[in-house]
Design a protein around this ligand. Sequence first.
Ligand SMILES: [Cu+2]
Length: 420
Amino acid sequence: MAYFFRFRKWWLLASVVLALGLLASVACQGPVGPAGERGPAGERGPGGPAGPAGAAGLAGPAGPQGPAGKPGEAAPRSEANLALSTYTPAIGSKVAVFGSGFKPGEAVLVVIEKAVTGGEDYIMAGGEANESGALEATTQQGTKTDVSSPALPASIKPGRYTVRATGSEGTVATAGISIRPAPTPTPKPTPKPTPKPTPTPVPAMSFTLNEFTIVPQDITIPAGAELTWDLTNGGRFPHNLFVHELSNVNQAMAGNLTAGQSKSAKVTFEKAGYYPMFCPVGDHENRGMVGQVLVTGAKAASPSIKVRAPASGANLVDRGQVAVAVEITGFDVDPAAIGGANQPGKGHWHLLLDGQLVAPQGKIYAILKEGVGIGQHTIKAELHNNDHSPLSPVVEDSITFTIIAPPTPTPAPTPTAAPK
Ligand SMILES: [Cu+2]
């Protein structure tokens, strides 16, 4: 340790001396002497980074023309443009071709190059360039700014092709196309039969037929439901129950009932509307065996009225009355609303005899007791709104019939007296 301290004392002394000597040499420096002669140039040092490029010099004179190059393939002179409604059509589909840049008035033919088996071009479409050089095709519907191909035929093998449009003045345009095979037709799903709505079971209906009435006279039933009709002949004469113009019902009801007889039949009314029922025996209908069947359900699109009784051109034995019956569809008859405010699709009908209004009707049958004497008569039936205004357009029907005198009863042969 002592040795170290002795060494350090010496070291400190030396450095003090040194520093003093330095100070002295600076302090006693004299002024700087003149520059000495320039020494010989040293060796050239390594090159510095290149300086910025100088401004381009003037172009030198053109060199001599080189030899002409090999003529290249004539590029399609696609001065015009071609666009397709689809670039990947399937066999069987149509492609619309839109073109522009042709010479006005130029006739243009569009083909698919080498598309037909055997390498033929497939002629796709033809058109004409209009004044602005756009491709146009004239069709029955007039001019249109595209030319459509017919459905691409199966004679074209699927693959990639070039569509080329060539103008009569040499303008050419091309477009690539990739034709896909015809889509495999998706088998049409066999239409499921629309399940017939399960008809709401309707209780059986019982009718009593008599001289000359049908009871009940007015019934309301749902369309499409299978009904059971029980009939009883409570009268002395044969009777039955038919509905005008509904052959399916009448077939089910075939077979008149004799006095006291009963039967049951299944009937279905397909369409909504008001249908006149009647007894088809003799002139029982004209004697009053009429009734109304209101079938509820989806209404027919437009209102209609048809005179069903008397039959057009009928000869009716004069019974002092005439039964008139109409069929109404596509319209609601509301006796309670007669004279009230109008409601669309609802109202009543007017019965005219020989041009005279008899009365507004709230039911589809009426018994005329006046003005129906012997001779020809006309019945007209018109649909009217609640306020008695006619429908627009007018909905009406008319028939003529003739009332004839009852046949004179052939007197019962007077029994001849037995020879004595
Ligand atoms: Cu009858």
